[in-house]
Ligand binder design. Structure first.
Ligand code: COA
Ligand code: ZN
Length: 319
């Protein structure tokens, strides 16, 4: 049996939050549609942040509304606080991703409050959803700077685990562990994610890696070994946090899908269609830096999707 791995596209959120020029709403919607057509099953389509702070997301409601109508696509959005969560629920979203940072200093810069205050915000979001009779809305919680921080430096794994525990206790339906500034290495990922998965039990865990120091896909392999089966990635490797010094792009979606499919994991995604979309996105965002090895070098001649292979899966021998 071929195992399935979910790759969630976050280029429209993590990618665009670093892009100065505001991309047209219609293009964002086309981006979502073409991701879905390529087989991408999950997308973080936008961010419910103050438009004054990040004008790129002034159209969050419109993008969410359009993405929600695309068949087969699980649409989610980032929210930094209660107001963002209420806007996202009003827009019709059934999956919301709250974010806080394990690094207190990064949390202060990113959302202007301490990590503890953000934990309280999350408890308020859960209460507001429940009081509003909206338990059908899944509340994910992401821990940013989980492997280190460009402001504070080292972030203790015990602190990350305590935050994960607090989020689960508060009612998080899913957990994301994020290497916001690309500090993680595979040994660290394997160790931390084993512990996070043990805490999370049946609640899904996603890894969100940035490739700032070139270890993004190595970290994906380490997380796979630990048992993670869901990853965030960004088309053309766009991305980064505007409130973390020296942050750069996420792991590249096309390369991540190539890695997974080559190893025998079924992502459901057609890389050729992603590459065609990427070529258009490059023309929509002139002057941006685009990463990605498959876009540069092409797929190997013998490449085939994991699901189409008759031969046994490769990853059993590797992991
Ligand atoms: N959406 C829209 N408007 C919002 C909002 C939201 N999610 N949250 C707050 N606001 C509005 C408030 O209503 C208020 O408006 P007013 O000036 O017209 O009264 C204003 O923004 C300030 O609100 P306040 O609660 O004081 O927020 P703040 O200035 O302390 O900023 C955050 C806190 C969390 C809203 C802001 O730091 C933020 O959005 N950070 C996210 C950063 C990010 O996206 N990082 C990258 C992803 S990890
Ligand atoms: Zn990120």
């Amino acid at each position: 049996m071929t195992e399935t791995v979910t790759v969630r596209e976050v280029g429209l959120r993590d990618g665009l939050q670093m892009v100065g020029a505001v991309l047209d709403t219609d293009r964002k919607i086309e981006w979502c549609r073409r991701e879905a057509a390529a087989g991408v099953a999950a997308i973080e389509a936008t961010s419910f942040v103050p438009p004054k702070l990040l004008p790129q997301f002034a159209d969050a409601g419109l993008v969410a509304h359009a993405a929600l109508r695309i068949e087969g696509l699980e649409t989610s959005a980032l929210v930094p606080n209660l107001k963002g969560a209420q806007r996202a629920i009003d827009a019709g979203l059934r999956k919301i991703d709250f974010v806080l940072s394990a690094s207190n200093e990064h949390n202060l810069r990113n959302v202007r409050r301490t990590t503890d205050a953000s934990l309280d915000d999350f408890r308020q979001i859960v209460a507001s959803r429940n009081d509003g009779g909206r338990r059908d809305v899944a509340l994910g919680a992401g821990v940013a700077t989980a492997f280190g921080c460009t402001i504070e430096g080292r972030v203790a794994p015990a602190r990350v685990l305590a935050i994960v525990e607090a989020l689960l206790e508060a009612g998080a339906d899913a957990i994301t562990i994020a290497d916001t500034v690309g500090y993680a290495n595979p040994a660290q990922v394997r160790a931390l994610l084993r512990d996070v998965l043990a805490l999370a039990g049946s609640r899904p865990v996603t890894c969100h890696f940035h490739d700032t120091r070139g270890l993004g896909l190595a970290n994906v392999c380490a997380a796979l070994e630990a048992g993670v089966r869901a990853f965030d990635a960004s088309l053309a490797g766009l991305g980064g946090c505007p409130f973390a010094p020296h942050a750069t792009g996420n792991i590249d979606t096309e390369d991540c899908v190539f890695l997974l499919e080559s190893m025998g994991f079924d992502t459901g995604i057609d890389i050729e269609q992603l590459l065609a979309l990427r070529r258009d996105v490059e023309t929509w965002l002139p002057g941006e830096a685009f990463a990605g090895a498959i876009a540069r070098a092409g797929l190997p001649k013998h490449f085939s999707r994991a699901a189409s292979r008759v031969s046994p899966v490769f990853h059993e021998g590797i992991l």
